[in-house]
Design a binder for this molecule. Structure first.
Ligand code: ADP
Ligand code: ASP
Ligand code: MG
Length: 404
């Protein structure tokens, strides 16, 4: 008998038939004698339509109320799955995030989990129930409902695995595991048998939405090994775990593409201490997440500063940028969306050379212009035109011979 936390994502519970499919899989595990906690997402599309609804009612919707609304998506599926399990004669009980004892900070719509007191979960498990917990939600210390950021049901599952000291965590989704690239973009991408936390974290942060990046960070911190698998078959999936020596033998683990980026250039920035600090502090204070930053060599006492941000942050960031351009005495600024970030990731890059050369040559041969470059120990990212993204990821994937 094992103690298992399973998580089923939105597409796996998208309609009554799929909910019944999940119920029969859960029933199988229950009948095999396992102690089971099942985390579910909202049915696919529900969270998006709730966000849209809130904006239609009030474009500047209050974040606390947005969380009250968004949490209803998962509340539907926990009840539906419990009902489906009852239909199969399995004792099951549904709990909201708050009832499961998930306590978060106060940052509505992207709250962090502070602690979990899973008293009720354990009580129901001890009385022989399958416990179904609503993903993506908790409550803050004042008792207000919070949500954990998009894709946050992954975090609920991993955090519950750690808090309950469960034996395994299985993340069920609509693909067979983590692939060398998004199989929707690169159809011949290959399933990865095992991947280190750091590689998964980079891929997830750089556009591979198969796992929420924060959930991977949490898993790394609390050493939660987990497996990503399909809810539509019984194929083995991808194990995400601490790294081991053999993993470095593979030069590249995968390629990812992140759309919805914007590039801002501040032209004629006076080249003196404190200017960058002022600009980026103002952007941080406004909640804008700045990604890549490039500063040119100074000419005539001024320089150009280019950085990327999420496209959705551009409208509010513009006001801050305009104010800063005036304040620091820069000449002007330009802002452009329609760009993407393509990244290659692998801990093997620490010990293998030539990755940058292969990446840049592949893009050059395909006639794709690189606008910006950034590197870290285990990744290289380039900014390219969004329209060239799908072709770029294919040629890069081929150049590194990652395909099946
Ligand atoms: P869920 O609703 O189960 O949480 P998501 O839609 O959040 O599922 O994540 C699964 C999707 O992630 C897949 O359908 C796939 O298109 C996408 N994806 C992006 N990059 C990758 C990758 N490297 N490997 C597997 N899937 C990926
Ligand atoms: N329903 C939430 C979302 O769509 C959380 C999740 O699916 O993990 O982002
Ligand atoms: Mg997801």
């Amino acid at each position: 008998m094992s103690f298992i936390v399973q998580k089923y994502g939105g597409t796996s519970v998208a309609n009554p038939e799929r909910i019944r499919n999940v119920a029969s899989r859960v029933a199988e595990s229950h009948k095999a004698g396992h102690r089971l906690v099942v985390v579910v997402s909202a049915m696919s599309g529900v969270t998006d339509s709730l966000i849209k609804l809130a904006r239609e009612v009030n474009p500047e919707a209050n974040a606390r109320e947005v969380d009250v609304l968004l949490s209803t998506g998962e509340q539907q599926t926990i009840a539906l799955l419990a009902l489906a399990l009852h239909g199969l004669g399995i004792p099951a009980v549904s709990l909201t995030g708050a009832q499961a004892g998930i306590v978060t900070d106060r940052i509505h719509t992207k709250a962090k989990i502070l602690n979990i007191t899973p008293k009720k979960v354990l009580e129901h498990l001890d009385s022989g129930h399958v416990v179904i917990v609503a993903g993506f939600q908790g409550q803050n210390e004042e008792g207000h409902i919070t949500t954990l950021g998009r894709g946050g049901s992954d975090l609920t599952a991993i955090a519950l695995t750690a808090a309950l000291k469960a034996d395994t965590c299985e993340i069920y989704t609509d693909v067979d595991g983590v692939y060398t690239a998004d199989p929707r973009l690169v159809p011949h991408a290959k399933k990865i048998a095992e991947i280190s936390y750091d590689e998964m974290l980079e891929l997830a942060s750089l556009g591979a939405k198969v796992m929420q990046a924060r959930s991977v960070e949490f898993a790394k911190k609390f050493k939660v090994r987990f497996e990503v698998r399909s809810s539509f078959n019984h194929n083995p999936g991808t194990v995400i775990r601490e790294e081991h020596a053999a993993m470095e033998e593979v030069v590249l683990r995968g390629v990812s593409l992140e759309k919805n980026q914007a590039k801002v250039t501040i032209i004629g920035v006076p080249d003196k201490p404190g200017v960058a600090a002022g600009l980026f502090s103002a952007l941080a204070d406004s909640g804008t997440n700045v990604d890549m930053i490039v500063q040119n060599v100074s000419l005539d006492g001024t320089t150009d500063l280019t950085f990327t941000i999420n496209k959705d942050d551009l409208p509010p960031a513009r006001k801050v940028i305009e104010a800063q351009v005036a304040k620091i005495g820069a000449r002007s600024h330009t802002a452009q969306d329609g760009i993407s970030k393509l990244s290659v990731v692998g801990i093997g890059m620490r010990s293998h050379t030539g990755v940058a050369a292969t990446l840049f040559s592949a893009l050059a041969q395909a006639g794709i212009n690189i606008q910006m470059i950034s590197t870290s120990e285990i990744k290289i990212s380039v900014i390219i035109n969004e329209s060239e993204g799908p072709r770029a990821i294919q040629v890069v994937h081929d150049a590194f011979k990652l395909g099946a």
